[in-house]
Design a binder for this molecule. Structure first.
Ligand SMILES: Cc1cc2nc3c(=O)[nH]c(=O)nc-3n(C[C@H](O)[C@H](O)[C@H](O)COP(=O)(O)OP(=O)(O)OC[C@H]3O[C@@H](n4cnc5c(N)ncnc54)[C@H](O)[C@@H]3O)c2cc1C
Length: 344
């Protein structure tokens, strides 16, 4: 049983690679481990030390039974906290649990890894503040047990960061790590944890969620993405041009912040520094100028195609292919050609 004592690992053990081990937070959605969590597990694997996965909420037992064994080659142990208070990853509820595990000196955790998801981003600073350690957010590479790379200046430079904390807390940028590969399933040792009462009364309450329904693939994990910007002019034009092009490629739809602010699409489709950070095989930017905040979310894409009437648009600096001209003419023609090639 984990106690809720608040003792910094730094003061207990100091960094001792002999006993190093990693606690990895695994999120799920629709009874599946999220792709971002699989990328975070892959980052955890690069630390070359035993990994303990922690899952919370009522679906945790099912996932541990049906899904997690496929990744057991890289996971040594599993903790589950099935209490229904953890069902919706409310950070006010989940962070006291994590704090209690990480501050328990019998656990020997030297690293705590979360995906850079909405949940991970809410948990990491809370846990770090309570444990008095410096979190490292959005790592893009693991160079050693305490050395990591992350982007700075909206993705225009890479910083190499060395942590001096004996407990390293990091969030992982999913687009920088392949998801952990599945293998032959093997039974895992599972320990069940009880609910940890937060120190203060939790005022936040999960009321409900409004999930955008779309026939298109999920933006965060799609292989192909078609994004539209302010150049489309209106929601009607966005729907008229972007949706058919995305459909022809079975691509996800994305958008610039200007398109979101203009009400063309829901803000869950925003790509960029303050939106989703993605690295699909193909990214088509339509009527997007290429501001650094947008590039920060897509410039790792393998192939970038830009459609813009201004031949000096910044987006062309990162594009592999550029179609200079009026998107109102180019996009329908491109969509038609793709459909013709498919024999549709
Ligand atoms: C703190 C901060 C965070 C931000 N975060 C984000 C973010 O996460 N994501 C994001 O996208 N932005 C973000 N922004 C906003 C960003 O700076 C830009 O304002 C935004 O990306 C511009 O969107 P856009 O390219 O669609 O619009 P614009 O810059 O207005 O570009 C429109 C483009 O469409 C082209 N165009 C117009 N008509 C046509 C036509 N008929 N045919 C072809 N091309 C045409 C124009 O040549 C132009 O290049 C952020 C800004 C700040 C300050």
């Amino acid at each position: 049983m984990f106690s809720a004592r608040r003792i910094s690992l730094k003061s207990i053990s100091g960094f001792n690679p002999k006993f190093a081990s990693t606690l990895a937070f695994v999120e799920s959605s629709n009874n599946k481990i999220t792709p971002a969590s699989l990328s975070a597990l892959n980052a955890a694997k690069k630390l070359n030390q035993p990994i303990t996965a922690i899952l919370v909420g009522k679906t945790s037992a099912k996932i541990v039974k049906d899904e997690l064994p496929k990744y057991s080659a890289n996971i040594e142990k599993v903790l589950i906290a099935p209490d229904s208070k953890y069902n919706h990853y409310l950070p006010e509820e989940v962070s006291p649990l994590l704090q209690s595990i990480l501050s328990d000196s019998s656990n020997d955790f030297t690293h705590f890894i979360v995906p850079s998801s909405f949940t991970g981003k809410s948990l990491l600073p809370r846990v770090a503040a309570k444990l008095n350690v410096q979190p490292i957010s959005d790592i893009i590479a693991v160079e050693g047990p305490s050395t990591f790379q992350r982007f700075i200046y909206a993705g225009n430079a890479i910083a190499t960061i060395k942590s001096s904390d004996s407990l390293v807390l990091a969030s992982v940028r999913a687009s920088s790590f392949e998801p952990l590969e599945a293998g032959a399933p093997k039974e895992l040792a599972v320990q069940e944890l009880a609910y940890v009462e937060p120190e203060a009364k939790v005022e936040a309450e999960w009321v409900g969620e409004n999930i955008m329904k779309s026939e298109r693939p999920d933006l965060g994990s799609a292989k192909y993405v078609v994004s539209g910007g302010r150049g489309l002019g209106s929601k009607e034009n966005f729907d008229k041009l972007i949706d058919p092009l995305a459909k022809s490629l079975n691509a996800a739809v994305g958008a610039s912040r200007a398109a979101v602010d203009g009400g063309f699409v829901d803000n869950s489709l925003q790509v960029g520094q303050t939106g989703k950070i993605i690295a699909p095989d193909l990214y088509i930017a339509v009527g997007i100028s290429g501001a650094i905040q947008h590039l920060a979310g897509m410039k790792d894409s393998k192939t970038i195609v830009a459609i813009n009437k201004a031949d000096d648009a910044l987006i062309y600096n990162v594009a592999d292919y550029g179609l200079v001209g009026d998107l109102n003419e180019i996009v329908p023609e491109l969509t038609q050609k793709i459909n013709d090639a498919k024999g549709a």
